[in-house]
Ligand binder design. Structure first.
Ligand code: ATP
Length: 478
């Protein structure tokens, strides 16, 4: 089972402290969200799991953390100033601003969206009007100014908040290559915030103007790119499966030529079934991550380049040539780049939706159990005293929590009856609850309850930390 729709997760997330609407006391800010106490743990766990898999557990990877605000020329030569835009359409009746490529338009209609809009064959999803303006490009980069001057008075101070983390990797290619003494193939990974002035943000944390990306640029010899690209497509899919997403809610999407970004030779997206409630199967899916073959576009674009036939440098502003010299073959060339690019927020949403299950307890009551993979679960163990009026039991529970907390995120809770306490932890995905009862005072043992099976096991306090650590290592069986 998975969540029946995004709204179910939105309300659970607000109620339990995963994600709150941002700036709510001032009326909010469109689609901006803040991670609460549980959300920040989930998001940190997700980023750690990705970093461990992508960087630590491989032999061919380095990591970096580059600036959000970079020299404007980065975005000039990457092509973003010119082309990083979405087609914007206005509804002349209700004044809604819409993204032309996201308008509801039957796939079997062979007209281009521009033609269909001109012929009034497309409806505004807001008011149903067919009176839409022609699509025009809207650049998604957020503009800012560096220092005290304004960019209107002095264009040289214009800067952008980065719309992707990838460019910070390309412009550091030589730095990383020379300091790490790497040889092809190798990759550079980065996790960080990106910003896009989205025309139509929405669907909770699926599309926001500020979001986090986990990106990796893998540099290979031209000619090896297609094989390596396919290997990364499969590896990324398996990573999501390994962390608990169900295969039936994931699919590959091969981007058709007309959808490809200006730098891409081939891009395969991994889609998640974010909208299971929609009748039309095709509309149930949307992008979780993209894996692109960016060719040598970016490294070339940022290179001062050896003089070309007409004696001109192609990038007159760059001071470096980002080509690679292969010592073995004595060849110099621009590596091809394979890029797996995932969103932290969209991944968190997919994991939350997929983990959502409902279960009926022995009293016939409905319980929500969030079957998050133990590596992702915000809290690993809750320590619960069965009799909070017995100071020795309370003390023992607090002591146990303290011995566990250097090894795992543990919480103590005595603010309800045991049924309620279990239900609370199930709903936020805590894999284990530990209860301390009268017997514990005598036999130095506690009850460990499993979130998914609700089975209970008696464990000696002396063995508890090691027992839980072992259990948390294993992959949860959904
Ligand atoms: P879309 O078509 O949905 O706008 P995109 O193809 O532009 O996405 P990429 O440029 O490939 O996205 O970015 C890589 C990943 O970053 C996406 O797969 C997604 O997980 C995440 N991402 C991109 N834009 C947003 C956003 N506005 N909000 C949240 N996550 C985003």
């Amino acid at each position: 089972m998975a969540a029946p729709n995004i709204e179910t997760i939105t309300s659970l997330a607000k109620r339990r402290g995963f994600v709150f609407p941002s700036s709510e006391i001032y009326g909010g800010l469109g689609s901006a969200w803040d991670y609460g106490p549980l959300g920040v743990e989930l998001s940190n766990n997700l980023k750690q799991a990705w970093w461990r898999w992508m960087v630590h557990e491989r032999d061919d990877m380095e990591g970096i953390d580059s600036s959000i605000i970079m020299n404007r020329l980065v975005w000039k030569y990457s092509g973003h100033e010119e082309t990083f835009s979405d087609p914007l359409v206005d509804c002349r009746d209700c004044k809604a601003r819409l993204r032309a490529d996201k308008l509801n338009y039957p796939a079997q209609d062979t007209r281009s969206i521009e033609e269909a809009i001109k012929q009034r064959a497309v409806q505004c999803p807001n008011c149903g009007s067919t009176d839409l303006t022609e699509p025009r490009p809207f650049n998604l980069m957020f503009r800012t100014a560096i220092g005290a001057a304004s960019a209107e008075d002095d264009p040289s101070v214009l800067a952008y908040l980065r719309p992707e983390t990838a460019q910070g990797i390309f412009i550091n290619f030589l730095n990383v290559l020379t300091t790490s003494r790497r040889k092809l193939p190798f990759g550079i990974a980065q996790i960080g915030k990106s910003f896009r002035n989205e025309v139509t943000p929405g669907n909770f944390i699926f599309r926001t103007r500020e979001f986090e990306q986990m990106e990796m640029e893998y540099f290979v010899r031209p000619g090896e790119d297609e094989r390596v690209h396919q290997e990364w497509i499969d590896a990324c899919f398996n990573w999501y499966l390994g962390l608990g997403l169900s295969a039936e809610n994931l699919r590959f999407y091969e981007q058709p030529k007309e959808e490809l970004a200006h730098y891409a030779k081939r891009t395969v997206d991994i889609h998640y079934r974010y909208f299971p409630e929609r009748e039309d199967d095709e509309r149930q899916w949307d992008e979780l991550m993209g894996i692109a073959n960016r060719t040598d576009f970016d490294l070339r674009a940022h290179s001062k380049k050896p003089e070309d036939a007409e004696g001109k440098r192609l990038n007159p502003d760059s001071t470096e040539d980002l080509s690679y010299f292969d010592e073995a073959t004595k060849e110099r060339f621009y590596p091809y780049v394979i890029e797996p690019a995932a969103g932290v927020n969209r991944s968190a949403l997919a994991f939350l939706m997929d983990a959502y299950t409902e279960k009926i307890n022995d009293k016939g009551e409905k319980r929500v159990v969030l079957k998050l993979h133990p590596h992702l679960a915000p809290i690993k163990v809750a320590v619960l005293p069965l009799a909070k009026n017995r100071p020795e039991i309370v003390q023992m529970a607090k002591d146990i929590k303290r011995t566990l907390q250097p090894a795992m995120r543990a919480v103590y809770d005595d603010t309800g009856g045991i049924g309620k306490l279990y239900a609370r932890q199930d709903e936020i995905g805590t894999p284990f609850c530990v209860t301390i009862d009268h017997q514990s005072l005598e036999d130095e043992a506690v009850t460990v309850r499993d979130r998914d099976t609700w089975e209970q096991q008696r464990i000696k306090v002396a063995d508890l930390r090691e027992h839980l650590q072992k259990q948390l290592q294993v992959t949860s069986d959904k």
